[in-house]
Design a protein around this ligand. Structure first.
Ligand SMILES: Cc1cc2nc3c(=O)[nH]c(=O)nc-3n(C[C@H](O)[C@H](O)[C@H](O)COP(=O)(O)O)c2cc1C
Ligand code: SF4
Length: 678
């Protein structure tokens, strides 16, 4: 048996967990009608199959009608959920993993205009900045009702075959009671700590009456709000002792911080560029103070850090949640001594940011996650070997190369630059976004292992490609910055990419016009502002940088606000003129009737990229499909069979930004779903 600390079993009451790695509760927003149907099940089964000891479902499954879903949460207040839960738990158990679910009432962390349009409740009228609802101050009959709702939901989960439930107290109703900042009640549920904890204990007592003492019940909570006037670490340790000594709980799952603002949430669940495992010490202190089973997750993205967390006794079970979205087979790879093959979580937080925008969680560089019903995590071999030639070694080209090589094809890649990576290589030049380079490095390592041939520094000409005698050619050449958006003066502006790459020196007084609203605009702003220049970011949109999304915006704001960068929304840069050594930026508005000027010495434009597609059009007449990709076949997940030119020599496809400017996930998904059927 292995002596790897991560691979040792753990006894949680009657439940034997097969190793020390878990997926903590998280709502990927995959429910359909509030139910965990096939897609939800397949997502968790994949992680169970990958070897995780326990997968924790939901994340904030809603126990009551007045806790309506804000990110497509599971609705466990409905009886109809039980058979869906049963299907899921049976399937996960069959793969040898334990499975639990997190139950919650969101309190003020939701909106009244969702679900049944009921008022939001909380122990005070104070609103949560993130969800904006002004809550009703909770009454005695609300409290009685919600205690019963929790117990009913717990009973349903037991009936559905769950190994246990976890209660949640981080920004939700339970810790809205705990925190002096959000509890204005007088006794019995407000005032001193005993009173503020009363609701939690009333809930868990009622739950225990229904589910008995054998069923696992855990508590995930913030043990230090890190807010003036909020729960301190000392409070957190005292609460931990009381939870542990109460006899109602089987483990503690430690969070730190507050999640009522984007900034708070990001410090609690850190993203790329932020420290790894920042709250692990606190988890360790609580384990030492309580001598009770402790679980913890917060940016423990790699096996070495996870191993350290367990080996040093800071935690009993280590959560690697986003890490498992990036690679569901982490444990299997550790067991097979293939740790170096684990697809790394790069902290891009595309997954979590999407759910707060109403989308489903997708991993920026694993397009199979959340699509387990259609997309394979392990690529099957093709029936016949073919020769696949790929032009471009950015994320789309490299994913195409990796998947084609996994299929068993002969793969050749041409890349004009001397390195792989395309736009990601530029992105990763910002220290804070350096982790992005692992998207490229992991694929390069895989490709090299699989025998892909690379030709760097080689601008692929049609003749060279034809001489390869390919069966398939995939054009993944990406795009070039597109700045031609003005009625006059396009030649006077520079692109955000030219600033990031260092090709153009920043000016002293700079206007950035950013209507793409994605990372390059703000990366350029950060770079320019760091030189001490005055920077204004302007967009015609109602908010700036909409593609960056909430948590990813936090580090940018922290650096840009410090540098006094200004943000101007709803105005459009229309033209630029030179006047002496200055540039005059002519500014209007899509709303009409506005004409302003800005006097600056540099104008930077971020307007996405325009496809670099000459080679595609040159090759088109030589191909059998004349470049056509059947969308029906692509979406259905079957092989491409379009023939438009029977005399052609190969199939030709175009993917990623070589088609149109999109994001990294789109580029990688293009590649995976095309090439998995080649
Ligand atoms: C898409 C997504 C949804 C999440 N939803 C919840 C939730 O509902 N409840 C919860 O306790 N944690 C939630 N989390 C937080 C995770 O459980 C975990 O604490 C966090 O991702 C940090 O761990 P990691 O760095 O290993 O991912 C969510 C995380 C993600 C990525
Ligand atoms: S999107 Fe980023 S943070 Fe989320 S799982 Fe993928 S790599 Fe990790």
């Amino acid at each position: 048996m292995s002596n790897d600390p991560l691979l040792q079993p753990y006894q949680l009451k009657h439940l034997t967990l097969r190793n020390r790695i878990i997926v903590t509760s998280h709502e990927p927003a995959y429910p359909e009608d509030g139910m965990p149907k096939e897609r939800y099940r397949a997502y968790h089964v994949e992680r169970a199959r990958g070897g995780v000891a326990m997968t924790m479902t939901a994340g904030s499954a809603s126990v009551a009608k007045d806790s309506p879903p804000v990110f497509n949460n599971l609705l466990v207040y409905k009886d109809e959920v039980v058979p869906w839960i049963r299907d899921l738990t049976d399937a996960v158990h069959e793969e040898g993993a334990a499975v639990m679910i997190q139950l919650t009432h969101l309190g003020r962390r939701t909106r009244y205009d969702k679900g049944d349009w009921l008022p939001v409740v909380s122990p005070s009228h104070k609103r949560e900045a993130a969800h904006r609802a002004f809550p009703k101050k909770i009454e005695d009959w609300d409290i009685e009702r919600i205690i019963k709702d929790y117990a009913d939901a717990a009973e349903r989960m037991k009936a559905g075959g769950m190994d246990g439930i976890e209660l949640f107290a981080t920004g939700h109703l339970m810790d809205q009671f705990w925190s002096p900042l959000t509890n204005d009640l007088d006794g019995p549920y407000g005032g001193n700590l005993d009173n503020r904890l009363r609701f939690t204990f009333d809930v868990v007592k009622e739950i225990r009456k229904r589910v008995g003492s054998e069923f696992i019940v855990g508590m995930r909570y913030t043990a230090d709000e890190m807010l003036d006037g909020g729960l301190t670490k000392e409070d957190g340790i005292e609460i931990s002792r009381r939870l542990a000594n109460s006899g109602f709980f089987d483990y503690l799952n430690i969070n730190r911080g507050h999640i009522d603002t984007d900034a708070g949430l990001t410090d609690s669940v850190p993203i790329q560029g932020m420290l790894n495992s920042p709250h692990l010490e606190l988890a360790g202190e609580i384990r030492a103070a309580t001598n009770f089973p402790v679980f913890h997750a917060a940016k423990i993205p790699d096996v070495a850090t996870a191993r350290h967390a367990v080996a040093t006794g800071k935690v009993d079970m280590v959560g690697m949640t986003r890490a498992h979205m990036a690679d569901p087979h982490i444990v299997r790879k550790i067991m097979e001594k293939r740790e170096d093959e684990i697809r790394p979580c790069v902290g891009a937080n595309y997954c979590l940011d999407r759910i707060y925008q109403g989308g489903a969680a997708y991993c920026i560089h694993n397009a199979a996650t959340g699509r387990e019903l259609e997309m394979p995590h392990v690529i099957p071999k093709a029936a016949a070997k073919r020769k696949v030639v790929i032009v471009g070694a950015g994320p789309a080209g490299l994913e195409a190369a990796r998947v084609a090589a996994e299929r068993g094809h002969e793969v050749v890649v041409y890349e004009a630059a001397n390195d792989a990576g395309g736009q990601i290589r530029l992105t990763a030049q910002s220290q804070r976004r350096h982790e992005m380079i692992s998207i490229i490095d992991w694929r390069m390592t895989q490709c090299e292992k699989l025998g892909v041939t690379f030709h760097f520094n080689q601008w692929a000409e049609a003749d060279t490609l034809l001489a390869e005698n390919p069966d398939v050619v995939i054009i993944a050449t990406g795009g070039l910055p597109h700045t031609e958006v003005l009625s006059k003066g396009n030649e006077l502006v520079v692109s955000a990419w030219e600033i990031i790459s260092g090709d153009v020196k920043p000016g002293k007084n700079v206007l950035i016009f950013d209507d793409a609203g994605d990372h390059p605009g703000l990366q350029a702003a950060e770079f320019i502002a760091s030189t001490g220049a005055a920077v204004e970011i302007m967009t015609p949109d109602r908010s700036f940088s909409p593609e960056i999304m909430a948590m990813n915006l936090v580090p940018y704001m922290r650096s840009l606000q410090k540098e006094n960068v200004t943000f101007t929304v709803t105005y459009r840069l229309e033209a630029v003129e030179r006047r002496g050594d200055k540039l005059i930026a002519k500014v209007g508005s899509d709303y009409g009737g506005v004409s302003m000027e800005r006097v600056v010495d540099q104008v930077v434009v971020n307007h996405g990229t325009i496809p670099l597609d000459d080679i595609y059009f040159e090759l088109k007449p030589h191909s059998t499909n004349l470049g056509e990709m059947s969308h029906d076949q692509l979406v259905k997940g079957v092989s491409q069979s379009v023939i438009r030119n029977p005399g052609g020599k190969f199939q030709l496809f175009r993917i990623g930004d070589a088609v149109s400017a999109r994001n990294t996930h789109a580029a990688i998904y293009d590649a995976l779903r095309l090439v998995k059927n080649l």
